[in-house]
Design a protein around this ligand. Structure first.
Ligand SMILES: NC(=O)c1ccc[n+]([C@@H]2O[C@H](COP(=O)([O-])OP(=O)(O)OC[C@H]3O[C@@H](n4cnc5c(N)ncnc54)[C@H](OP(=O)(O)O)[C@@H]3O)[C@@H](O)[C@H]2O)c1
Length: 343
C-alpha cells in the first residue's frame, strides 16, 4: 500500500488530498496541531501532532520515508529548507505555492494596490515577484516568500513539484467565500445586486482539483512548477446562479454599472481584470480535473447550509461582524437603493 504524509493535512487542501488518496487505497498520515481538526471524511487517516517548525517532530512523522509528501505549510525559504530534509526520503513531493507569485508587465501582483493585468491565460513561465524574506503574512511578503521557498525547493534537484493554485474553494475553507451567496439565499433575499454587472471572470480552484493534480504528481515525480485551477473560470454572476440553483432559491438579478453607489453589490470575486491560469502543463502530465466549478463547489455549499441549519457547532461559519464578510451583507443600503429606483 503506498504511503503519503500531508503536512497541514487537516486544512482545506490537505483534507481534500487525504480524502482522494484514501479513496484510491493509500495509507495517509496527516499532521497538524489539533486532532479535533480531523474531519469525519478522513477519519481513516492517521493523525500525527507535529508543529511545522519542529524538525524532530516532522522527522518522526515521516519515519522511514514515504511515496508522497505534500506540504501545505511551506511559506518561507526556511520552511522549504526544512522540507528538503524530509523530501530526501520521499519518492515524490508536492509544495503548495500560489498564483500570488505572478507579476504583470508593470510589476503588479494580486496583493498590490493596483491589480495585475495579464494579456491572456498565465503560464508557469510568467515572471514572478523577486524572492524576499519580509513578514510572509504581509501583503508584499506573501508572494515574495513563496518565491523564495520555491527557489529553495527547485534548486535542490529533488523531485519536488511546486503547485500554484488560484482562489481555492472547498469543504473546510477557513474563509468560505461562497457564504456570501449561500447566506443571502438562506435569508430568502428576493434580489441580488452585483457590481460591474457581475461580469469579470475569476479563476477558481477546487481543493478537489488540487487533490487530483497531487495524485497525478504522485505517479510522475519531478522538479517542476504547475498551475492549478478549475477547468472553467466563472463570473460572480455565474457563481451566484450556481449557488441559487443548488438551494432552489430564485432572486431578481440587478446588474449594476459604474453609476451605482460605491460599495453596492460587492462580492469576494470582484476584480478589474480577469486573472486566468493556463492549465496545459498539468494536463500534459496526465492530470484530469475532478470537475468544473459547479460540480466541485456543491459539497461546500451543502456543508455551509448544514452548518447554518444545525447551529454551527464546529464554528465553520463567518461571524456576523467579520470585517471581511460584512461589506457583502449591507442589506439596508441595498433596500434603500432598490426603493429609490422602484419609484
Ligand atoms: N486557501 C487558498 O485560497 C490558497 C490559495 C493559494 C495557495 N494556498 C496555499 O495552500 C496551502 C494550504 O492552504 P490551506 O488553505 O489548505 O490551509 P488551511 O486550511 O489554513 O490549513 C492549514 C493546516 O495546517 C495546520 N497548521 C497550521 N499551522 C500549523 C503549524 N504551525 N504546525 C502544524 N500544523 C499547522 C492546520 O491545522 P491545525 O490548526 O490543527 O494545526 C491545518 O491542518 C498554503 O501554503 C497556502 O499558501 C492556499
Amino acid at each position: 500500500m503506498p504511503r503519503a504524509l500531508i503536512l497541514g493535512g487537516t486544512g482545506l487542501i490537505g483534507r481534500a488530498a487525504a480524502r482522494r488518496l484514501l479513496a484510491a487505497g493509500w495509507q495517509v498520515d496527516v499532521t497538524g496541531r489539533n486532532p479535533a481538526h480531523v474531519s469525519p471524511e478522513i477519519a481513516s487517516a492517521r493523525f500525527v501532532a507535529a508543529d511545522r517548525a519542529d524538525e524532530g517532530q516532522l522527522g518522526s512523522a515521516l519515519g522511514n520515508g514515504a511515496d508522497l509528501l505534500v506540504d501545505c505549510l511551506c511559506f518561507t525559504a526556511a520552511d522549504a529548507r526544512l522540507l528538503l530534509s524530509l523530501a530526501k526520503h520521499v519518492t515524490s513531493t508536492v509544495m503548495l505555492s500560489s498564483r500570488a507569485v505572478y507579476v504583470d508587465a508593470d510589476g503588479n501582483h494580486v496583493n498590490s494596490e493596483i491589480q495585475p493585468y495579464f494579456e491572456g491565460p498565465v503560464r508557469e513561465t510568467q515572471p514572478t515577484v523577486a524572492p524576499g524574506d519580509m513578514d510572509y503574512r504581509s501583503r508584499e511578503g506573501y508572494g515574495a516568500n513563496k518565491v523564495a521557498a520555491e527557489h529553495v525547493a527547485l534548486d535542490s534537484g529533488l523531485p519536488i513539484t511546486v503547485v500554484r493554485p488560484s482562489r481555492v474553494h472547498g469543504v473546510g475553507a477557513t474563509r468560505p467565500q461562497e457564504w456570501v451567496f449561500v447566506k443571502r439565499a438562506l435569508d430568502r433575499r428576493a434580489t441580488i445586486l452585483l457590481a460591474n454587472q457581475g461580469a469579470e471572470l475569476v479563476h477558481t480552484t477546487a481543493a478537489a482539483n488540487i487533490a487530483a493534480l497531487i495524485e497525478t504528481v504522485a505517479g510522475r515525480p519531478g522538479a517542476r512548477i504547475l498551475n492549478c485551477a478549475d477547468p472553467d473560470a466563472p463570473s460572480p454572476l455565474e457563481i451566484s446562479r450556481i449557488v441559487a440553483r443548488r438551494l432552489e432559491h430564485t432572486w431578481a438579478e440587478v446588474l449594476l454599472d459604474e453609476t451605482a453607489p460605491d460599495g453596492l453589490g460587492l462580492t469576494p470575486w470582484d476584480a478589474p481584470h480577469p486573472f486566468v491560469l493556463d492549465m496545459s502543463a498539468a494536463v500534459e502530465l496526465g492530470y484530469r480535473p475532478a470537475g468544473d466549478y459547479a460540480a466541485t463547489v456543491a459539497a461546500e455549499i451543502d456543508w455551509l447550509v448544514d452548518a447554518a441549519q444545525s447551529g454551527d457547532r464546529r464554528g465553520v461559519l463567518p461571524k456576523t461582524d467579520d470585517p471581511y464578510f460584512s461589506p457583502f451583507f449591507d442589506y439596508a443600503a441595498e433596500d434603500k437603493f432598490l426603493a429609490r429606483h422602484a419609484r
